[in-house]
Design a protein around this ligand. Sequence first.
Ligand SMILES: Cc1cc2nc3c(=O)[nH]c(=O)nc-3n(C[C@H](O)[C@H](O)[C@H](O)COP(=O)(O)O)c2cc1C
Length: 191
Amino acid sequence: MSNHEVLSNIIKNRRSIFPVSYIQKEIPIAVIEQILESANYAPTHKLTQPWRFTVIRKKAKARLGETLGDLYKRTVPAHQFLQKKYNSFSEKTSQADCILAINIQFHPNEIPAWEEIAAVGCAVQNMALTAEALNVGTYWSSPPLIDNLGDFLGLNENEKCYGLFYMGYHEDEPRSAKRTPIAEKVKWLEK
Ligand SMILES: Cc1cc2nc3c(=O)[nH]c(=O)nc-3n(C[C@H](O)[C@H](O)[C@H](O)COP(=O)(O)O)c2cc1C
């Protein structure tokens, strides 16, 4: 297979795989490191390399689940509180083998925030594609509660959490992507 065929298959086969599908099988540290390593090769304006990750494994996953549940309880109006939603945080963190907090370190004197966010989007896609190539299921979760995870993650003033990257081995059947054709999203200017 040509490089293009290999890459195109990985890109097209990658799907978000949710914690409910994960099996109880440990992801070796070396595999987690391969996934993280590819994040580091994302493009980055002025080489600010703004991606920062917190690897959350073992007992720390339960602490994350409890923290998200507590934050939910504290921030949702009492009449909107749903026990099922509250329980879902600990369920998801225990189903995952490893969770990466996706954090951004901003450099406001060097480049605008959107460029740092874009670079981190590239870094996360590198991780998702690497994980796909290694048969690890992943998905980027972005509940509003992540705005309150600074203390849990030990983030500095200039850092902010932009999501939780859930990871686990799985046995889901491949499913095709839901996308409308690219031709509908492209304009060509040739004269
Ligand atoms: C920045 C970002 C945030 C996302 N946040 C969530 C989320 O909070 N919950 C969720 O179910 N999926 C989330 N997703 C995953 C999308 O739902 C998923 O990518 C989309 O449905 C397309 O499916 P695919 O990834 O399998 O191609 C997020 C994806 C991105 C890129």
